[in-house]
Design a protein around this ligand. Structure first.
Ligand code: GTP
Ligand code: MG
Length: 192
């Protein structure tokens, strides 16, 4: 599918009210990892999903209709240490319930910042995806600011955690340099 149209559909607080008529693709990762920016890069839009240098910009489940054939879902970030414990727990619940229970979720992209080693909270979400048998692919973001030794460490750790070959695959992306667009779209298309 070549992307040609993208429309904001709505923001939701709970998985139970999201649209379920088309397949959905979701992006998860720590706050500020670049989820909203990557979504914008994929659909050639600057501000379809709102991004910000301040972590916690996205705090609802946002649905975008792509080409009238699937939804892209921009989720809040997890693991933001500087927000209140109450808000963090709320976000955690929102994201994990969405992953566990939303009916038309085809694939999750798990985003990791290429400059930051894998954190316990990332491993927690990988475990959740594995336990609930949700297909996912791993994406390293901000490759324009890459740190080669950290990337090697991340890949090594993902290898250790992987129980299947596809879990060892890592897509390298940069939203500012528009890197990794083709490979991400190819992956999405393979699930449609
Ligand atoms: P939350 O909604 O808070 O969870 O954040 P997010 O994961 O959606 O991150 P967002 O896309 O808002 O980006 C966070 C910051 O990182 C912004 O200042 C972006 O401009 C910056 N950013 C995102 N992607 C890239 C990238 O590929 N390269 C660089 N250099 N900066 C990026
Ligand atoms: Mg965001």
């Amino acid at each position: 599918m070549k992307q040609s149209s993208s429309t904001f559909i709505g923001s939701y607080t709970n998985y139970s009210s999201v649209p379920s008529d088309l397949p959905a693709f979701a992006w998860i990762g720590r706050s500020n990892v670049g989820k909203s920016s990557l979504l914008n890069m994929l659909v050639n839009r600057k501000n379809l999903a709102r991004s910000s240098s301040t972590p916690g910009k996205t705090d609802l489940i946002n649905y975008y209709l792509i080409n009238k054939s699937c939804y892209f879902v921009d989720l809040p970030g997890y693991g933001w240490s500087r927000c209140s414990r109450k808000k963090r727990n709320l976000m955690d619940k929102m994201i994990s319930n969405f992953i566990k229970k939303s009916r038309n979720l085809k694939l999750v992209f798990l985003l990791l910042d290429s400059r930051i080693p894998l954190q316990p909270v990332d491993l927690k979400y990988i475990q959740l995806l594995v336990n609930y048998k949700i297909p996912y692919r791993t994406i390293l973001t901000k490759m324009d600011k890459q740190n080669q030794s950290t990337i090697t460490k991340i890949k090594k750790r993902l290898y250790q955690e992987a129980t299947t070959d596809w879990q060892k695959i890592v897509f390298l992306t940069s939203s500012t340099k528009k890197l990794g667009k083709e490979v991400t779209w190819d992956c999405i298309n393979s699930f449609l």
